[in-house]
Structures are given as C-alpha cells and as structure tokens.
Ligand binder design. Structure first.
Ligand SMILES: Nc1nc2c(c(=O)[nH]1)N[C@H]1C(S)=C(S)[C@@H](COP(=O)(O)O)O[C@H]1N2
Ligand SMILES: [Mo]
Length: 389
C-alpha cells in the first residue's frame, strides 16, 4: 500500500482502520488531496480573507453604531461604500475557499479516538469553534443579503459577536499552526499530486463568485452581477429600493399636500417648511452613492437643500448633534443621527430630486437625507423632522 507521509493522513488512517477494519486511509479517503500542503495554502488564503472581513466588519459596525466618543469623518465620500463592498463580496468569495478547506481536512475532523488527552481535547474544541464560527458567519451573511431570515436571532447582533469569537479562534489556530505551515510551504514537494490544479480551481471558483457579484457595487461590471441580489440601474429612477413607501406605511402621509418639514429642538428659531418653501431655498447638487450594509451600492445625482443651511437658518450651535426623523411610524430605520462632521459637509443634503426628477415615493418623497461616507441605513427616507440636541 502506498502511504503518503504526514500526520493528516496517518491520523486519518487510524480512523479509517477503525471504520474499515483494514486498508488504511486510502480506502476511506481515496483522494490524495487531503493533504497538508493544500490545507496550508487554503489556510493562508482563509487567514487573509477572515482578517479582511473582520476589519471591514468592525469599520461598518462602528460607522452604523458610532460610540459617543467617535466622530467619523464625512470623507472620503466612497469610503464606506468600498469597505462594505469588500466585506460582502470578499465574504462571498470566501465560501468556496472554506468549503475546499473543510473538504481537505475532514478526514482529520473525523479522527479516532475523538479525544486522546486534555491538550488534544482543547485543540479539538478550538477546531470546533473555528469550523462552527466560520460556517455561521458565512451562512448567516449570505442569507441576510438574500433577504431570507429563517434564524430566530437578530442577524447584526449575532454576526457581530460571533466575529470576535471566530477571530479569537483564528488567532490561536494561526499561532499553533504557523511553524508547520511555514515549513510546509517553504519546502518543495517531492511528489506531484496535482495540488496546484486543485488550488487554482478553488481560486477560480472564488474569482467567479466575485465577478458575478461585484457589479452590485462596482457598476462597470453590473451586467455580470447575475448572482447579486441587487443591481445598480434597476428600480425606479435607476436606483434599487430596499423598503418601499407601501411597506413602510407612508404612502398617504408622504403624498399629503399639507406636508411640512420641521426643524425643532435646541434651536433659536423653529422652522416649519412646506414643499414650496423647500423648493424656494438655495438648491445644491451632489453626486453621492447609496451604500447599503448588504454590500450593494449605487451612485446618483441628488439635488436639494443643504442640511447645514437649514440648521444655520434655525440657529444651532456648531457642535450640535441632530436626529433626522421619518414619516415612517415603526421600523428600525425610521430615524438616524447626524454628527457635526456630516452636517457641516456641503454635500449633505435633504434631497428633493434624484437623477433630474422629483424623488420617487420609494426613494423618500418628498424629502430624504443623503450624506457622503455613510451607511445606507442612515440615509433616512420620507424625512419630516430634524431635531437638534
Ligand atoms: N425611513 C426609512 N429610511 C430608510 C430605510 C427605511 O427602512 N426607512 N431603509 C434604508 C436602507 S437600509 C437603505 S440601503 C436605503 C435605500 O435607499 P433607496 O431605497 O432609496 O435606494 O434607504 C435607507 N432609508
Ligand atoms: Mo440598507
């Protein structure tokens, strides 16, 4: 019998012997690609992509939920669009890598006896956390961008906390395996197993996932984005819609001719403006994207009143924080906070027009917030109140 050296196969062999009685690893796990070298390269790729996902995930999380002591800058305009696109598209491209890695090492996951010592037990728990955490993050992330919520927990909270557990397990795993991986990839293989072909196939699968989804945020490739749940250029006024006016229950209130925009709170003068009043104010144009946390984004040309002009008209202190409120009664995204760097920015508008036409009802008619470098969930639609704190 040909035996391929290396703990991966020899331990798998123990398991196989227990299962089959005789014959060794090759009988139960016939592919020779259950191999340390393949596992090492896939591990390196996964290490890079998990680190990227963790960093971009934290950036996105803290931009959506800024702690009191942070002040996110409002520039670069497309920063959030880029980090969140990288988070989601990179996460999708990681799926084939993770599946390949699990396939490569599964003989080891099934090793027999399952636990040999206390140290070994700890090692196995770690692997369990690593595998479980990775699958959990990729599966829940995928379901979330597909608008399918079969799980009983709130996705952002679960995805956020699991990220810390997973990255902890990754750090320990990398520390444990580092020397071995280094040795493995630095030495030339003595046999030719077709590893390169296998790894290239996996890389191509990741590349294909990227090519067929990245167009949801990188519009030159929009035509290729056949696997993306949202595409720029679709929807009313060539912009995708996440929540329609009907779903938000605002159709009647938004169409009400008596609509007024109120500026209240800690102001010197309260403002109450009709749509005609808003139209009569100095109007400005900004080219800004809607960048959804789900990874899609779409640029548009917005026209409307600068938020800072309204706040100066009302007389507010320069370091005021303001809350923008929607006509929407319920829902998680009916209000959003605007910190000083964002409301001082001349590109931050209460938009009345998009791409040359009055806002579609589904894009926030009569008036919506649009600001640079900001998650889509904070670009509040159907605005009717600006409260100064
Ligand atoms: N009032 C309100 N505003 C909202 C939302 C919402 O549910 N309610 N959804 C937000 C989300 S998640 C996104 S991505 C953008 C989408 O904007 P669009 O539908 O105009 O493309 O609007 C944001 N504004
Ligand atoms: Mo969104």
């Amino acid at each position: 019998m040909v035996r391929v050296p290396g703990p991966l196969l020899s331990r798998a062999g123990d398991r196989a012997a227990a299962l089959a009685g005789r014959g060794g690893a090759r009988a139960v796990f016939p592919s020779r690609l259950h191999d340390e070298r393949v596992a090492a390269w896939l591990g390196i790729m996964l290490g890079l992509s998990f680190t990227t996902a963790f960093v971009t995930g934290l950036i996105g999380h803290f931009m959506q939920h800024p702690p009191a002591w942070t002040m996110w800058p409002s520039r670069p305009v497309n920063f959030y669009r880029f980090t969140q696109g990288l988070h989601v598209i990179g996460g999708l491209a990681t799926i084939p890598l993770l599946l390949a890695k699990l396939w490569t090492v599964y003989p080891r996951l099934l090793q027999w006896p399952p636990v040999r010592s206390v140290g070994h037990a700890i090692e196995r728990i770690l692997v369990f956390v690593l595998v479980g955490g990775s699958l959990f993050q990729l599966v829940t992330g995928l379901l979330n961008i597909a608008y399918w919520y079969p799980f009983p927990f709130f996705f952002p909270t679960a995805h956020y906390w699991t990220a810390y557990i997973l990255i902890g397990a990754v750090v320990v795993h990398v520390t444990n395996e580092w020397a071995k991986v280094r040795r493995t990839v630095m030495t030339r293989p003595e046999d030719s197993l077709g590893r390169r072909g296998f790894l290239l196939t996996i890389a191509a699968a990741g590349g294909t996932v990227t090519l067929t989804t990245v167009g949801e945020t990188f519009s030159p490739l929009a035509k290729l984005a056949v696997l993306a749940p949202r595409r720029p250029g679709t929807g009313p006024q060539e912009l995708p819609v996440n929540k329609s006016a009907y779903a938000a229950g605002v159709v009647a209130a938004a169409r009400d001719p008596g609509y007024r925009l109120h500026v209240t709170g800690r102001v010197e003068r309260e403002l109450s403006l009709s749509l005609e009043d808003l139209d009569a104010l100095p109007s400005h144009t900004a080219r800004l994207p809607i960048a959804c946390v789900e990874g899609w984004s779409a640029g548009a040309t917005w026209k409307g009143v600068r938020l800072r002009d309204l706040l100066h008209m009302a007389g507010v202190s320069e370091d005021a924080r303001v809350r923008v409120e929607s006509l929407e009664r319920g829902g998680l995204y009916r209000t959003s906070w605007v910190a000083p760097p964002h409301w001082h920015d001349p590109l931050t508008l209460l938009a009345l027009n998009v791409n040359g036409l009055p806002l579609d009802l589904d894009h926030g008619y009569p008036c919506r917030l649009i600001a640079p470098n900001r998650p889509g969930v904070l670009q509040t639609k159907w605005v009717h109140k600006v409260v100064v704190l």
